[in-house]
Ligand binder design. Structure first.
Ligand code: APR
Length: 230
């Protein structure tokens, strides 16, 4: 039976009230990423970095999964083949909708020790002085992949894309690698590709569904779950 690999970006969480990054009022229009989302920024001013992620963690806790998150969790439950969901997002809305996902940019709701790499559930308000539960070092950071750091699961994701029959990208501008490169891997392997966005992103997809993800994704999931099972 067919395998479907899905890559999601900030656009799938936009209708849950969480900001995207590159729109005119996006996160990077409000914050200088070199001051809040790089290892150098954390070394220079950990309090500022923690404040940035504490605000996003608070917004995430107040947000709810939307119809697109719910539809993907349903697809993962009801599709007779495998559905691999990879997200660039650090929110936990996919999980709260019931899906299992690979967080290639880490997770806002998890903390990490900069000394021993131990991970633990992040408190609502994190600070650098939070002692690591494993080694006691006061080096707590959000378990989020910053610019200049390597994303998680890259090999596993590339393998999943290569063995898919369909690769879908939902709510991503396709500006950041390696995520932006997965569609190219699929195309070179002659795997069908489809994008879901408000507008065409310029990526060369076989198909596109344009409009709010809360409309296009549930409609698509309904459509393919009604397909005759091969
Ligand atoms: N429905 C569908 N698509 C949407 C919606 C919506 N309601 N709202 C916005 N979008 C689309 C936008 O048109 C845009 O193409 O979502 C995309 C969001 O793009 P970005 O803001 O660039 O977010 P993303 O692609 O996830 O960024 C990737 O960049 O800054 C880093 O680590 C950060 O994970 C992030 C990565």
């Amino acid at each position: 039976m067919q395998t479907i690999t899905i890559l999601t970006g900030a656009g799938i969480s936009a209708e849950s009230g969480l900001g995207t990054f590159r729109s005119k009022d996006g996160i990077w229009a409000k914050y200088d990423l070199t001051k809040v989302a790089t290892p150098e920024a954390f070394a220079r001013d950990p309090e500022m970095v923690h404040e940035f992620y504490n605000l996003r963690r608070e917004a995430c806790a107040k947000a709810a999964p939307n119809a697109a998150h719910v539809a993907l969790a349903r697809l993962q439950r009801e599709w007779p083949g495998e559905v691999v969901i990879v997200t660039q997002n650090v929110d936990d809305l996919h999980e709260r909708a019931g899906a299992s996902v690979l967080h290639m940019h880490g997770e806002l709701m998890r903390a990490r020790c900069s000394d021993c790499d131990h991970r633990w559930p992040a408190p609502a308000v994190m600070q650098i002085s939070d002692p690591c539960p494993a080694c006691g070092a006061a080096k707590a950071r959000p378990d989020v992949v910053w610019f200049g750091e390597y994303p998680y699961f890259d090999d596993e994701i590339s393998l999943a894309v290569r063995r898919s029959d369909l690769f879908a990208v939902i709510g991503s501008s396709g500006q950041v690698y390696p995520a932006a490169g997965y569609a190219g891997i699929a195309k070179r392997a002659r795997i069908r590709t489809i994008e879901f966005n408000l507008k065409r992103t310029g990526g060369k997809f076989d198909q596109g569904r344009y409009g709010p993800a809360t409309e296009t994704v549930p409609f698509w999931v309904d459509e393919i779950l009604r397909l005759p099972k091969e």
